[in-house]
Ligand binder design. Structure first.
Ligand SMILES: [Zn+2]
Length: 528
């Protein structure tokens, strides 16, 4: 064991060691015979007293390690020195009043930054380090976050939801170095402006379209160029088109095969054998009544008609009192056990599935009826389909304003073939869709071409286009014109900020939202 810790702590020598089941204790002392007085610099070896100090060190094979350090106090023998007593310090590996070595603290900080409170405590315990959650978190919070060394030139700022809809923070990224610079606890003008003032090297700030960031930049860095972020501009455009569709009726999207359209089978339900007999009897009766009327018309009496037709006089009288043939009662749509599976059956039939397969399928879905009921049903269905009475089933999808907007804005070359018929339908059926499409696409094209001069012409068209949602989008552009033009021209965009926000959210989720902002900021910046 002799000399074991010395490669790591060259100032110490090992006196002895003690090993219990749960920990190892190394008794160590300074290698030097004396020390220099920190005030006057005079060397002294005259010991005043000795005491022991116990600190925890990094574990050994999962076993806790303690160092029991013999600390000496010396006299300063320089008569002109104010200081009389000097205690030994071991600043290289342990700070005064700390109960853990610096290298153990570094390990704990690493664990804390990566895992946060409780998971960090669990990992530490597995490794053989005992630490409480509060201690771990305190260590992270108290650790100073290093300021970036190089001066920042171009930043992107954006907000992120600390708690969605309730609390938002601000994230600042160095757009040149693709690095997170800082997170701020809120998105108020004061906070952001103050932060910007402290970073006067910033020349360009890319931001979303909110007026609060615009104000903050004006206050904090009045000379900085504001850039309306392209990503946000496109998002605003998409939102405007979505609002336009929300204000209009978006037609449903139809896809063949699945659900029958309006003409459902139950409206023209298939007659059963019994119903067929009933209908025959009804026809026969109508004929009978007609004959009774004809005989009466020929001048026969009631009794004679009765004898002739084999009817009672009462029945003949009743039939004669009817001025028109009895109404064949409109058959109500018949409920069958197959009703719940109708769509499935039609869909399978249209895919040329056989009866037994269909039976198997719907039995799995809970059909309790017999095989013959299904066969009759299928026979009738096939007949109706052959006669074109049942149109090929069509599925109608409700299309959200959002996806309609997305489709409308997509450049022609990028529209999928299967989307083309629906896009044509949108353009044909929704009022002004053509105008909205032209304006939205040309906005995007101007942006792609970095054409900020074309923007003015676009604005004129959009302001006069007669579609409220597009007009108000254009008005917003007009008010923020210089920043938007800068966004069109320049290379800067907040695209990468989005990624940083996602990283931030992952960290935040790991912390279950319980840890405060300081801790979150410490961990985020440590990672950056
Ligand atoms: Zn001294």
């Amino acid at each position: 064991m002799n000399g074991l810790p010395s490669p790591v702590f060259p100032e110490l020598r090992l006196l002895d060691s003690y090993c219990s089941g749960s920990f190892v204790m190394f008794r160590v002392a300074s290698k030097h015979r004396g020390i220099s007085c920190p005030d006057c610099g005079q060397w002294t070896e005259r010991v005043h007293s000795t005491y022991y100090r116990t600190v925890q060190d990094v574990p050994l094979c999962g076993i806790k390690v303690f160092l029991r350090i013999r600390v000496r106090k010396f006299f300063c023998d320089n008569p002109s020195c104010e200081r009389k007593i000097i205690a030994e310090q071991f600043d290289d590996f342990i700070c005064p009043s700390q109960r853990k070595t610096n290298r153990l603290n570094d390990v704990l900080l690493g664990i804390g930054y990566s895992l946060g409170g409780n998971p960090g405590v669990r990992l530490a315990s597995l490794l053989g380090i005992s630490v409480g959650k509060d201690t771990l978190l305190r260590k992270i919070k108290s650790c100073a976050v290093p300021e970036p060394q190089d001066s920042i030139d171009v930043v992107g700022i954006d907000d992120w939801a600390y708690r969605r809809g309730q609390r938002y923070g601000t994230i600042v990224c160095d757009l040149e170095r693709h690095r997170l610079v800082d997170v701020l606890p809120d998105r108020t003008v004061t906070t952001v402006a103050t932060w910007l003032k402290e970073h006067p090297s910033i020349r360009i700030v890319s931001r979303d379209r909110s007026s609060s960031y615009a104000d903050a930049i004006r206050q904090g860095l009045p000379n900085a160029t504001q850039v309306a972020d392209r990503w946000h501009l496109l998002k605003n455009l998409g939102d405007a088109v979505e609002r336009y569709f929300a204000a209009h009726q978006v037609p449903p999207r139809e896809e063949p095969i699945s659900e029958p359209a309006e003409q459902s089978l139950s409206a023209k339900a298939l007659p059963t054998k019994k119903e067929q007999e009933q209908s025959h009897r009804r026809e026969a009766k109508c004929e009978l009544i007609q004959q009774v009327h004809e005989l009466r018309h020929d001048g026969l009496g009631i009794r004679a008609i009765g004898r002739n037709m084999g009817l009672s006089r009462q029945t003949v009288r009743k039939y004669l009192s009817l001025t028109e043939p009895p109404q064949t009662t409109q058959r109500q749509s018949r409920k069958t056990l197959l009703d719940p599976y109708r769509e499935k059956v039609i869909e399978m039939l249209s895919r040329d599935q056989t009866g037994p397969k269909i039976l198997k399928q719907i039995r799995e879905q809970g059909y309790k009826g017999s095989r013959s009921t299904l066969s009759q049903y299928l026979a009738e269905l096939r007949r109706c389909m052959a006669q074109g009475q049942i149109p090929l089933p069509v599925r109608r999808h409700r299309v959200t304003p959002r996806s309609a907007a997305k489709l409308l804005i997509t450049p022609d070359a990028d529209v999928d073939d299967e989307d083309k018929p629906y896009l044509a339908k949108l353009l044909a059926e929704v009022e002004h869709a053509q105008v909205v499409q032209t304006l939205a696409r040309s906005f995007k094209e101007l942006m792609d071409r970095h054409d900020s001069q074309g923007l003015e012409g676009w604005l004129k068209n959009a302001l006069g286009c007669g579609v409220r949602e597009i007009r108000s989008f254009a008005e917003g552009i007009q008010q923020d014109f210089s920043a938007v033009a800068a966004g069109f021209l320049g290379p800067w965009s907040n695209g990468q900020v989005e990624g940083q926000v996602n990283r931030l959210k992952t960290l935040k989720r790991q912390m279950y939202g319980r840890a405060g902002f300081t801790l979150l900021r410490a961990r985020v910046l440590h990672r950056a």
